[in-house]
Design a protein around this ligand. Structure first.
Ligand code: MEV
Length: 426
């Protein structure tokens, strides 16, 4: 292909002259080759976006959402049905109705026949994730009753059922990770290997979304077993065992997730020290919007990746952790005073620092950008990152920000009154 590189029209057009200068081509033949290569690269990029999860992911989600609406899926089940249709790769009204029927039948409460029940809070980390693993303070709020577990008698084997996660598993060979691995560890610790039961779990938050689902699941299951078999556990013993469970999910957990799961209180948390947990009493609930990217993030992987980078550049990472720790303390004060402008700006800075730790992703950045453009005073990733969720502080703009995130195909986690705790404690 030969292109014009000289002549009146090329000279007269300053953009053409600038383009030739940037491309640094020496002949019309070379310019033709360059243009062909760029054109081909663009075509391949478009094909990749269409064929992999680039454009398709968002479109699938939007499509599945309108199919769910057309199938009259009840509002409280819509997110779950959309997720199941995408996971099953079948998006149709009949599939949506089938999923609703399955969820409803699995959730039908068998009445008073439960031998024991337990529940626990999820969490949203407002400030301080990752730095908390290195001893700095973090601020977390509970997502009350995010997970509830009921235990039923079973004459056959032991089954774990979590309908909203599409999970039904028999206790069998050793599970390396996931929900069944948690249950196995708990059964072993509590000496309940000879018991047979059905553990039915109602989960209102997605797994691996940075919202403390694994800790809440462990705590809810431990509490259900404690009440079914009268084990006489208290919050401390439940918390200790849940921390053990967290080592399966997280490797080297700080303990923040299980502490919030057990107490259900807003807190400033430190890994060690005399005032490890300071519960916060809040006069008002902060106007938060929490949204899930739809991608799962592995806390274990993210914590390990940060550790590897820390080992390579300890001083630089320690300075970032120090800064995050300071921001957590300032943020806790702003939260107590209801100073949303201050808290929002601290959340934005914290997100920048989490970026410096390289735990954000392009999707999370997109969500943060949507939230800020929609009027959030602050928005950041929450939890370990590498996928997962964002939290945005939206005084007077919760509707706009939730609407913009849903319209872009992200799942807004709603239905939780994010509560404060009791009076401050030592
Ligand atoms: C996970 O919810 C929060 C992290 O800081 C890990 C931890 O504290 O265990 C990333």
């Amino acid at each position: 292909v030969r292109m014009g590189t000289v002549g009146g029209s090329v000279k007269a057009n300053p953009a053409a002259a600038a383009g030739l200068c940037i491309a640094a081509v020496s002949s019309s033949q070379e310019l033709g080759e360059l243009m062909t290569a760029v054109g081909l690269a663009q075509n391949l990029a478009a094909l990749k976006a269409l064929a992999t999860d680039g454009i398709q992911r968002g479109h699938m989600r939007l499509h599945a959402r309108s199919v769910a609406l057309a199938a009259d899926v009840p509002r409280h089940l819509q997110d779950r049905v959309v997720r199941s249709m995408i996971d099953s790769e079948r998006i149709s009204e009949s599939k949506a109705r089938q999923i609703v029927a399955e969820i409803e039948s699995a959730q039908r409460d068998p009445g008073d026949t439960a031998l024991g029940r337990g529940s626990a809070s999820g969490k949203v980390i407002l400030l301080g994730e990752h730095a908390v693993v290195y001893g700095r303070p973090a601020v977390a709020l509970p997502l009350p009753e995010a997970i509830s577990a009921s235990l039923y008698a079973s004459s056959s084997g032991t089954t774990l059922r979590i309908p909203s996660w599409n999970l039904e598993q028999e206790l069998g060979q050793d599970a390396a990770d996931g929900a069944m691995a948690l249950l196995q560890l708990v059964i072993r610790h509590l000496g309940l290997e000879s018991q047979r039961f059905l553990m039915h779990v109602d989960a209102r938050i997605p797994p691996a979304a940075g919202l403390g689902a694994s800790a809440a699941l462990a705590v809810a299951m431990i509490r259900a077993l404690d009440s079914a078999y009268s084990l006489g556990m208290n919050d401390k013993t439940v918390n200790d065992l849940a921390f053990e469970c967290e080592t399966i999910s997280h490797g080297t957990p700080s303990g923040i997730d299980n502490s919030v799961a057990v107490s259900g209180k807003a807190m400033v948390f430190r890994r060690k020290g005399p005032r490890r947990i300071r519960e916060l009493s809040l006069d008002r609930l902060p106007p938060l919007v929490i949204a899930w990217s739809g991608t799962r993030g592995s806390t274990r992987q993210q914590v390990e990746a940060v550790r590897e980078r820390w080992l390579k550049a300890k001083a630089a990472h320690e300075r970032i952790f120090d800064e995050i720790g300071q921001i957590s303390l300032e943020g806790a004060r702003a939260l107590g005073k209801g100073d949303d402008a201050r808290l929002g700006s601290l959340m934005n800075i914290a997100h920048g620092l989490l970026n410096a730790l390289q735990v954000s992703t392009p999707l999370i950045e997109e969500m943060v950008d949507i939230a800020r453009s929609g009027g959030a005073a602050g928005a950041k990733l929450t939890g370990a990152g590498g996928g997962g969720s964002i939290v945005a502080l939206c005084p007077g703009t919760t509707e706009e920000v939730s609407g913009a995130l849903s319209a872009a195909g992200f799942e807004v986690i709603s239905g939780f009154a994010v509560t404060g705790g009791r009076d401050e404690q030592g």
